[in-house]
Design a protein around this ligand. Structure first.
Ligand code: C2E
Ligand code: MG
Ligand code: MG
Ligand code: MG
Length: 279
């Protein structure tokens, strides 16, 4: 009977798993095509200095404009891109496009605007990463001080000595480094101060209930204090409501980003926004 059950569950799961891996293969082939056929697009979300209400930067966030499935969110294809290695050409496309956009905004008079670009673990560790960043900065003419790379806390903590080496080189060139999704990983505080970081981004999961959860509030406060001690900027992700913004400002969080201010938008839709913000 046990045998029968085992066989049943085997038979039950197999077609399902096949359908799943088949789906993934299709998606991988599709993603390859997407890169070649320019189906990826960047949306941009402004980052605000809370005290002044000034836009100080924009984060580039990739989307996939799929011919049949419509706009696909990065959470649905970045992990696949990581597993297959497609993240390397994809990441280069994102970096290049974001830098080009930043140069075009700057030549249009929107100065003092940093461009923040997400870098995934595999992309960051790949041996050609530093060269590709340099090449793209040269090709686009973006001064390195206007580029900020966002690397998640878990990526940074995976191989500390390797991370420090890469980060030091980027930092020496004048590129800023931010830790994304901070608070969700397991940072060793003694390591943290050895990284040349300019910003911690408090993960949105701590901001969502910050006005009701004493726990989340104290975590956010600790991160703000930590950033201050280490002389880093601190930005709250996922700010959706006025009360959150006020609370964050009161506790000394310098910067914020979220739907309260703006959703990520295509470049052309963001421009009037930047002007409105006094840029
Ligand atoms: P992330 O870098 O932490 O980006 C923040 C995510 O939160 C974005 O989702 C953004 O649209 C969303 N968000 C912003 N404000 C709010 C808010 O007020 N409320 C809520 N609920 N969400 C908000 P998105 O664009 O879907 O990106 C998801 C993740 O995908 C990013 O998280 C990042 O890890 C990854 N990703 C996006 N673009 C790229 C890319 O070009 N390269 C790499 N490697 N990863 C990327
Ligand atoms: Mg990010
Ligand atoms: Mg984040
Ligand atoms: Mg995230």
């Amino acid at each position: 009977r046990a045998k029968e059950q085992g066989r049943n569950s085997y038979q039950f799961y197999t077609p399902d798993m096949n359908a799943h891996s088949h789906e993934r293969l299709l998606l991988e082939a599709d993603l390859r095509k997407a890169l070649e056929q320019n189906q990826l697009v960047l949306h941009y979300q402004p980052q605000y200095e809370l005290a002044s209400g000034r836009v100080v930067g924009v984060e580039a966030l990739v989307r996939w404009q799929h011919p049949e499935k419509g706009l696909i969110s990065p959470n649905d294809f970045i992990p696949l891109a990581e597993e297959t290695g497609l993240i390397v050409p994809l990441g280069e496309w994102v970096l290049k496009t974001a830098c080009q956009q930043a140069v075009s905004w700057q030549s249009g008079g929107l100065i003092d605007l940093k461009i923040a670009v997400n870098v995934s673990a595999r992309q960051f560790r790949q041996s050609g990463f530093l060269d590709s960043v340099n090449r793209i900065l040269n090709e686009t003419g973006l001064p390195p001080r206007w580029l900020e790379l966002e690397i998640t806390e878990s990526t940074v903590m995976k191989n500390v000595s390797g991370t420090i080496k890469i980060m030091n080189q980027l930092h020496r060139q004048g590129i800023s480094l931010a830790i994304d999704d901070f608070g969700t990983g397991y940072s060793s505080l003694s390591y943290l101060k050895r990284f040349p970081l300019s910003k911690l981004k408090i993960d949105s999961s701590f901001i969502a209930d910050i006005t009701h959860s004493a726990n989340d509030l104290s975590i956010a406060k600790s991160i703000v204090a930590l950033a201050e001690t280490m002389q880093m900027d601190v930005l709250a992700e996922g700010v959706e409501r006025q009360e959150q913004q006020e609370l964050l400002q009161k506790m000394g969080c310098g910067y914020g980003q979220g739907f309260l201010f703006s959703r990520p938008l295509p470049a052309t839709e963001l421009e009037p926004f930047l002007c409105k913000a006094g840029k």
